[in-house]
Write a protein that binds this ligand. Structure first.
Ligand code: LRH
Ligand code: MN
Ligand code: MN
Length: 388
């Protein structure tokens, strides 16, 4: 069994992965949303479920909210509820993709009145951040066009910058704005923030409190995501990750499920670039559990990130560097792959137990009876957000 260095143990101990509140609601495809017994009926119950992930793993101390999906009358009460369950409220995600007014854009819209409405929504999100104690405002925009000639690409980019400037100006000193990119969907011809370069150009023009959010599912097939991770860390602009995995498009499947090796490569570059356990680089999940149970789906997810982090920390970086410098291609690749192929699960189980955590959090959660309890207690759970 592999043994962890004390520096590895320290790094693993510090690891924190923020959970998305929407992962606990029912979600599905445009064909069907399957209901799950025990689905939360309100944001309070979503947070209670998220707190279970933290309880069994000590990996997930924060929950991100989505406005208006998680709209409540009293955000301080939500915060007190979360803290009472041992978690904090995290990133506030805005939503400008579910209102008829936004058919042709929100922050980029030709009509100043629609832009005003979209900007005001973000200002409201910032007010909420003061009540929840959140640091990050995450903006993902569904804006773009379907047909060549439909939209003035340049004008939309300029309006986006103006709108973001107004939102940025309202941030408190303790706040950040993270701008998420996605290469397509729901728009199919052009998207206003399609790639890291556009997000970088927009946030760089805003200032130090604006960063890029990298969602691992938001790239074209074959994209070298770890290269983007390296570059954004190098530029000091990687603000957050939305982790998930994909086989085809933006599948929002469990991180590490589709391509564990890609997750390993990403985490290697995170470590190489000083992004691990760096407060500037928030680790988040952005997933939906369509057919699997949601709480164990989230437990599986944070464990996958933990396992790949442990493997990436095993890379013998000194030997790797020597092989790189001497041009020993095969030796460099062997060193890299050796770490990837190392099964860290027994060592992690032992290490968890030594910290008073269950060796197998999946089994411990299943044995706790929590899913059966919420299925009996909660009637009429709601969807993650879409169509709710
Ligand atoms: C967009 C997206 C975004 C979140 C989530 C609800 O694809 O992944 O990161 O707002 O949907
Ligand atoms: Mn995302
Ligand atoms: Mn997405």
């Amino acid at each position: 069994m592999v043994t962890f260095h004390s520096t590895t143990r320290f790094a693993l101990e510090q690891q924190a992965i923020e959970l998305p509140s929407w992962a606990f609601g029912n979600s599905g495809t445009r064909f069907k949303v399957f209901a799950t017994p025990g689905t939360p009926r309100d944001p309070f119950e979503k947070i209670a479920d998220a707190a279970q992930v933290q309880k069994f793993t000590a990996l997930a101390p924060k929950v991100a909210l989505h406005i208006p999906w998680d709209k409540v009358d009293d955000y301080s009460a939500l915060r007190t509820h979360a803290e009472g369950l041992g978690v904090e409220l995290g990133t506030i995600n805005s939503n400008t993709f579910q209102d008829d007014d936004y058919k042709f854009g929100a922050l980029t819209h030709e009509d100043a009145a629609v832009r005003r409405k979209a900007i005001d929504h973000h200002l409201e999100c910032i007010d909420i951040m003061h009540a929840t104690g959140s640091r990050d405002l995450k903006i993902w925009l569904a804006e773009g066009s379907n047909y060549p000639g439909q939209a003035d690409l340049r004008g939309r980019q300029d309006r986006l910058q103006d709108s973001l400037e107004e939102i940025y100006a309202r941030l408190g000193d303790e706040h950040r704005l993270v701008l998420e990119y996605k290469f397509f969907e729901p728009a199919f011809y052009h998207t206003d923030v399609p790639d890291w370069g556009t997000s970088y150009a927009q946030v760089a023009a805003l200032g130090d409190k604006a960063m890029v959010c990298l969602d691992t599912g938001h790239h074209a097939p074959g994209t070298n995501i770890e290269f983007i991770v390296m570059q954004l860390l190098r530029l000091g602009k990687l603000g957050s990750f939305d982790f998930n995995s994909r086989f085809y498009a933006d599948d929002d499947l469990i991180v590490g499920a589709a391509d564990p090796y890609q997750l390993f490569r990403i985490l290697f570059e995170v470590i190489r670039g000083g992004g691990l356990n760096n407060p500037d680089v928030a680790f988040m999940l952005d997933q939906c559990h369509n057919v699997e149970d949601k709480v164990p789906g989230q437990i599986r997810s944070v464990l996958n990130v933990q396992e790949m982090t442990a493997r990436a920390l095993l890379v013998d970086t000194e030997a790797l560097r020597a092989a790189q410098v001497s041009g020993d291609v095969l030796e460099a690749n062997r060193i890299f792959m050796d770490a990837f192929y190392t099964d860290v699960r027994p060592a992690l189980a032992e290490w968890r137990e030594s910290r008073g955590l269950p060796a197998d959090p999946m089994a411990a959660f299943a044995a706790s009876g929590y899913l059966q309890r919420i299925a009996a207690d909660r009637v009429g759970g709601v969807q993650a957000g879409w169509g709710a």
